[in-house]
Design a protein around this ligand. Structure first.
Ligand SMILES: NC(=O)c1ccc[n+]([C@@H]2O[C@H](COP(=O)([O-])OP(=O)(O)OC[C@H]3O[C@@H](n4cnc5c(N)ncnc54)[C@H](OP(=O)(O)O)[C@@H]3O)[C@@H](O)[C@H]2O)c1
Length: 357
C-alpha cells in the first residue's frame, strides 16, 4: 500500500494520511520505495516557508495540502530506465511517504536528477539522488547520520567558512541562537575546532543544561539573559531561532559592537516578527549557495566537497557523544514525531529517523 503524510498548508497542526493509487510507470520512470528519513526543525521550516519559498512545489499534494520534504534513503523498486537498476539504494530529497515516482535525468557516476517538470525550476541539490556507494565515507551501520546531519552541517560548514572568509567582520565573539539545534552545534563545533573566536550560545531554559554540557560553547545563556553578555565585545550574531524579540534584544544590547547579523533559520517559527529600525548592522540572509559559489571560484571545482569531507568524521564523532538516533515506524509514530517537532517538544539529544513502510 502507498501512503502519503499530508499537512494542511493553512494550519501546519492539521495533518492526515492519504493512500494514493499505485502508479503505472511510464518509460524512463523509476519507482522509489522510501525506506527511512530524518526529521528535524529544519523540515518544519520547509513547511513554514512552504508557500513563500516554494517548498510545497517539490512533491505536490492534493489542493490545500502539502508533503513536507525530508532527506533520506530509498530503494529502486521498479525501473523503466536503462541506467537505473532495480535494487539500487539512493540518498536524496523525499516526501514523508512510502513511495515516489522519479524520472531520472543526467544519470552519471552513481547519481541522477529527477527530471520531472515541476522540480526543474528548483535548485539542483534538491533534485539529485546519489547511489549510497558514492556517498563520501558511506557506511551502512552509521548511514542515519547522513540524512540527519549532512543537510544541516553543510550549512554549518559554510557559515563557519563565511565568517572566517570575512575575518569574522572584526568580531571576537560569535553568538548563536537556538544553540541546542544541530545546525548551531555544527557551527559552534567548527568555530571551536578552528579556534576562530569565543562562542556564545543562546537557548531556552529547558535546553540550557544540554548546551552547557556539550563543550563547544564557551558560555551559554538563556534568551532572557542577553543583557548579561558583554556589550562591548565586538560580536557577530548567527540567528537560527528567527524570533523577533531575540533579534531585537541582541541588536539593542550590542548596538554598534555587533559587526554582522546573519539570518539562518526560524526554529521559533511561531514567534517571528519583523523588526524595524534595529541598531547595528542590517540583518542579512545567509545563503549557503552564494558562499559555495564563491569558494568554488577561490578553491577550484570539487574542493568545497573535499573540505567538507575532511570535517565530516570529526563532527559525526562529536555528534555520537550527545545525540542518540531514535528510529520510529508507522503512521501513528510519524504523526506524533511531526507534531512534537512542530511544537518544539523534541529533545535536542535525539535524532529522529522515521519510516512509513
Ligand atoms: N538556511 C539554511 O540553509 C538552513 C540550513 C540548516 C538549518 N537551518 C535552520 O536552522 C534551524 C535549526 O534547524 P535544525 O534542524 O538544526 O534544528 P534541530 O536540531 O531540530 O533543533 C531543535 C532546537 O530548535 C529549537 N526549536 C525547535 N522547534 C521549536 C519550537 N517549535 N519552538 C521553540 N524552539 C524550537 C530548540 O532550540 P532552543 O531551545 O535552543 O532555541 C530546539 O532544541 C531551523 O530553523 C532550520 O531551518 C537553515
Amino acid at each position: 500500500m502507498m501512503v502519503d503524510f499530508l499537512v494542511s498548508r493553512a494550519d501546519l497542526r492539521q495533518c492526515r494520511f492519504d493512500s494514493p493509487a499505485a502508479p503505472t510507470l511510464e518509460p524512463g520512470q523509476v519507482l522509489l520505495g522510501i525506506d527511512k528519513f530524518a526529521l528535524t526543525a529544519n523540515n518544519v521550516t520547509y513547511a513554514v516557508f512552504g508557500d513563500a519559498m516554494s517548498y510545497w512545489n517539490f512533491f505536490p499534494g492534493p489542493q490545500g495540502w502539502g508533503r513536507v520534504p525530508v532527506w533520506g534513503f530509498a530503494n529502486v523498486l521498479q525501473s523503466r530506465h536503462d541506467e537505473v537498476a532495480e535494487g539500487e539504494r539512493v540518498y536524496g530529497y523525499l516526501p514523508m511517504s512510502t513511495h515516489l515516482v522519479v524520472q531520472p535525468d543526467r544519470v552519471a557516476d552513481g547519481s541522477f536528477l529527477d527530471g520531472v517538470a515541476h522540480r526543474r525550476p528548483l535548485p539542483t541539490p534538491y533534485q539529485r539522488y546519489q547511489n549510497v556507494s558514492k556517498l563520501p565515507n558511506y557506511n551502512k551501520a552509521t548511514e542515519d547520520f547522513h540524512p540527519l546531519l549532512v543537510p544541516l552541517y553543510a550549512t554549518s560548514f559554510m557559515i563557519d567558512d563565511f565568517l572566517a572568509d570575512n575575518d569574522l567582520f572584526g568580531a571576537r565573539s560569535a553568538i548563536l541562537s537556538s544553540a541546542s539545534s544541530k545546525t548551531a552545534i555544527g557551527v559552534a563545533f567548527l568555530l571551536k575546532r578552528f579556534r576562530r573566536c569565543e562562542v556564545i550560545g543562546l537557548t531556552s531554559k529547558g535546553n540550557l543544561a544540554f548546551c552547557q554540557k556539550l563543550g563547544c560553547y564557551d558560555r551559554v545563556v538563556t534568551y532572557d539573559q542577553i543583557a548579561t553578555l558583554d556589550a562591548k565585545t565586538p560580536s557577530v550574531f548567527v540567528d537560527m531561532a528567527g524570533e523577533g524579540k531575540v533579534l531585537h534584544d541582541v541588536h539593542h544590547h550590542f548596538r554598534d559592537s555587533l559587526k554582522h547579523s546573519a539570518i539562518v533559520g526560524a526554529s521559533h517559527w511561531e514567534k517571528r516578527s519583523t523588526q524595524h529600525g534595529l541598531p547595528g548592522p542590517h540583518p542579512q540572509f545567509f545563503f549557503a549557495p552564494n558562499q559555495i559559489k564563491k569558494r568554488t571560484i577561490d578553491w577550484g571545482p570539487g574542493q568545497v566537497d573535499l573540505k567538507f569531507a575532511e570535517v565530516w568524521q570529526p563532527v559525526v564523532d562529536f555528534a555520537k557523544t550527545w545525540m542518540t538516533i531514535v528510529p520510529s515506524a508507522g503512521q501513528d509514530a510519524v504523526k506524533a514525531r511531526y507534531l512534537s517537532m512542530l511544537d518544539g517538544r523534541a529533545s535536542p539529544t535525539e535524532g529522529h529517523m522515521l519510516s512509513l513502510r
